[in-house]
Design a protein around this ligand. Sequence first.
Ligand code: 5CU
Length: 348
Amino acid sequence: MASRKLIVDVHSHLYSPRLVSLFRKRTNLPKIISRFRDDGQKEERLVILDDEPGGGRPVGPIYIERDEKLKFMKKHDIDISIVSTANPWLDFLPAKEAHEMALQLNDDLEEYCSTGPNVPNTSIRQLYGFGLLPLVPEITTESLLETVRQISASAHLKGLSNGYPRTAGLVVFIHPHYGVGKAWGEKDNGHVLPLALGFPFETTVAATRIILSGVLDRFPSLRLLLAHSGGALPQLSSRLKHDARFYLGKLYLDAVCYGSEELGFVSDVLARSNRYETGSKNVALGDRTTGSKRILFGTDHPFFPPLSSSEKWKSVVENLEAIENVHGWTEADKEGVKGGNAISLFNL
Ligand code: 5CU
């Protein structure tokens, strides 16, 4: 089937112009500051984490503009992106403002997707989105439900980020922002410790809490997509109560872990969950196909850009190479991870 060969990026972010103008006005985090570089050029920097090294990260059109997203997709042969607002979402706003802003950002994202191009010769759009829930302290249930209803009624919003709507049939993207405490280290390692380790571990904790709370028993049709291949959860799940292994196979994981060995291992752990249901625990190489069905390609765009604009992005090249090289995955498994699984999950 032609659509099986489409490449779909399920982990792709943006900061909308509306959010960027709010960041520019703010003096507390998250904020955008303007400053002069050593070469005299003015630049804007986005500061979203406490004590961020280098005074935040350079921010420009790649974080904001739809044309830049589309150019990036074209350069890397990505047909479809499911775009989500990047962290820290609306966590910094009081409840009423967060709710109003969520509604506006969701309308903006629906327009961003619906007025974008189609995949050539198909009726499928190139851009879909995850709406945003204003999950802040003091938010009322009614405000959350209104936002879920708005997202469900938006034809191009196929999921939401960070929340559990049990009725709306939306895919829920669980993505980190806080890491695990101050983890910059004494030497200047840039973002390595908090992002490479802290972020995925935050997701590990969040997903574990969901499993232990019984949410997946109460709402078995909930479809949760975990960022960064579920962080350390596949590695640590057997240290939890043993039935955590079973629940792991109910989750979807992105393939943003940069290594074929890691993807192979993750697909084993997901497949084991399936075996668990049948009473057999031993996973064979052929079972990796079962595990692969719950793994979906992602890029993390626009984070981690290359130094020169002519280069391809490592986050794409390395994550695609990782998929290509997983021992035991068939060509069909790889196509599924690159796009087919997302087409089914998001019903595109
Ligand atoms: O790796 C990532 O996904 C990210 C992200 O989403 N946000 C961020 O600030 N850095 C890295």
